[in-house]
Design a protein around this ligand. Structure first.
Ligand code: SF4
Ligand code: SF4
Length: 442
């Protein structure tokens, strides 16, 4: 079987949070294959530890993926602060004799170093066009855990487990490997907190993650972290406002200082995104549709709302409102120029992670979250049919069937983008619902 088919069969999706099916990415031809090991979300500690624990597997996965896309070079981006991991990776790259193909590129400890377009610029000096994809400048980007999964696919091991950091205002942050489909409440129990009445949980990192409205969900292949904070914590209060409340706040006192624009990572790459103008549009009901299209250029990194705006307004939300309005009207972004130049001020406007963590009131919780061997054995797993970009998987099992760990239980619908799903425990198919396939342990 070809490597591309192995990746497809293994159900690999972007493990960094986006969930784009990896086989679709690797079907392209590219000059560079980039590994995103930046892990720039505060408190999350998955990739940096996987690179340390499984250097050979990740290097081999990266090499295989790089060769598959026909890359002349694979570049591994990792923050300079991870000195020991970098030394280990260099040693293993030499030992595996792939130094001519794989190169380590060190990144500054800034946010959002892991934004795909920022990473492409930092590693290659190229700028992805507005609303474009890295492939347009000859790059394919994969995450460290995705590279590990590609290696495992070559050993015929599908994706049945996920590494998740559990962090925040808890006694002992940790990173664990759990079966896909595990109830989130089972993972949260590892935090040492018994009663969550006074706590809220962010699904993902503190910057881009969202506050979970219910803790009744299940682990998916793209989950990366669960950040637990007291309900009165600044970040939870800020992230818990409704869209309507945010709109009201945004109507108060934007002074058009431009800080949101001047520090926007996509603006600094030379794109024409200007969130301060979005604030102007929502507040004064301006109807310049051409100008509004820049709302499509936001990557939702949240820097403008959680760091840049000196008075705590929500320019990203203004962007989102405008974008949704344009989409409703069927107005799309028309691609313009293909060449961009980073703004001269960029190097002075990068946001150091430490300052961001202090601003988010997370300094007390910025601790190691070591990978810990704890075995979670859920009685029943609920495997989402849709945990990726594209169409939901179609069940290939029936209620009452016995399945083994790693067995395919859902396939990609014909002629669609999607990802296969697999049993993460051995047991009996207990239920096939609209959204999940439930498997009860033997
Ligand atoms: S969230 Fe704000 S800072 Fe980030 S890309 Fe969008 S407008 Fe720019
Ligand atoms: S939203 Fe905030 S940062 Fe942006 S222009 Fe208005 S006051 Fe300044």
């Amino acid at each position: 079987m070809s490597l591309l088919n192995m990746v497809k069969e293994a159900g690999i999706v972007g493990a960094g949070g986006a969930g784009f099916p990896t086989h679709a990415k690797l079907a392209a031809k590219a000059e560079y294959l980039l590994l995103n090991g930046a892990e720039c979300e505060p408190l999350l500690r998955v990739d940096q530890q996987l690179l340390e624990l499984f250097p050979d597997e990740i290097i081999k996965g990266l090499e295989a993926a790089g060769k598959l896309v026909g890359a002349s070079k694979a570049l591994l981006g990792i923050k300079s602060k991870h000195k020991e991991v970098i030394a280990l990776l260099k040693k293993r790259i030499n030992a595996l004799q792939v130094e001519d193909f794989i190169e380590i590129k060190e990144l500054e400890d800034v946010y959002p170093a892991g934004d795909e377009q920022v990473l492409v610029y930092e590693l290659t000096g190229r700028i992805v066009p507005e609303a474009g994809l890295p492939i347009q400048v000859g790059c394919v980007v994969i995450n460290a855990e995705t590279a590990l999964n590609i290696y495992r696919a070559t050993k015929k091991e599908p994706v049945t487990e996920k590494y998740i950091t559990v962090a925040g205002d808890i006694p002992k942050p940790l990173t664990v490997k759990v079966p896909v489909g595990t109830p989130i409440k089972d993972v949260l129990k590892l935090s040492g907190i018994e009663n969550f009445a006074n706590y809220a949980v962010i699904d993902g990192g503190p910057m881009m993650g969202t506050v979970m409205s219910s803790l009744d969900g299940y682990v998916t292949k793209k989950m990366k972290g669960l950040v637990i904070l007291k309900k009165q914590h600044y970040l939870i209060r800020k992230k818990s406002l409704s869209r309507e409340q945010v709109r009201r706040v945004n109507k108060t006192s934007c002074g058009q200082c431009r800080m949101c624009t001047d520090m926007c990572p996509r603006y600094l790459l030379g794109h024409n995104i200007q969130p301060h103008k979005m604030m102007r549009i929502v507040n004064y009901a301006l109807d310049d549709l051409r100008g509004q299209k820049m709302a499509y250029l936001c990557c939702q990194c949240n820097l403008c709302e959680l760091f840049s705006c000196p008075i705590g307004l929500y320019p990203k939300a203004a962007n989102l409102d405008i974008k949704e309005n344009l989409m409703e009207k069927g107005i799309r972004f028309d691609s313009g120029p293909t060449e961009f130049k980073a703004r001269k001020s960029r190097e002075y406007r990068l946001v150091p992670s430490k300052r961001l963590i202090a601003r988010l009131a997370l300094r007390d919780f910025d601790k190691p979250a070591p990978i810990t061997e704890v075995t979670i054995k859920p009685e029943t797993v609920y495997i989402a049919k849709s945990q990726h970009v594209g169409a939901p998987a179609i069940p290939v099992v029936s209620v009452g069937d016995h399945v083994n760990t790693g067995q395919m239980i859902g396939k990609i619908p014909e002629n669609n983008l999607g990802a296969t799903i697999h049993a993460s425990i051995s047991g009996t198919v207990a239920e096939i619902g609209n959204a999940f396939i439930a498997i009860r342990r033997d």
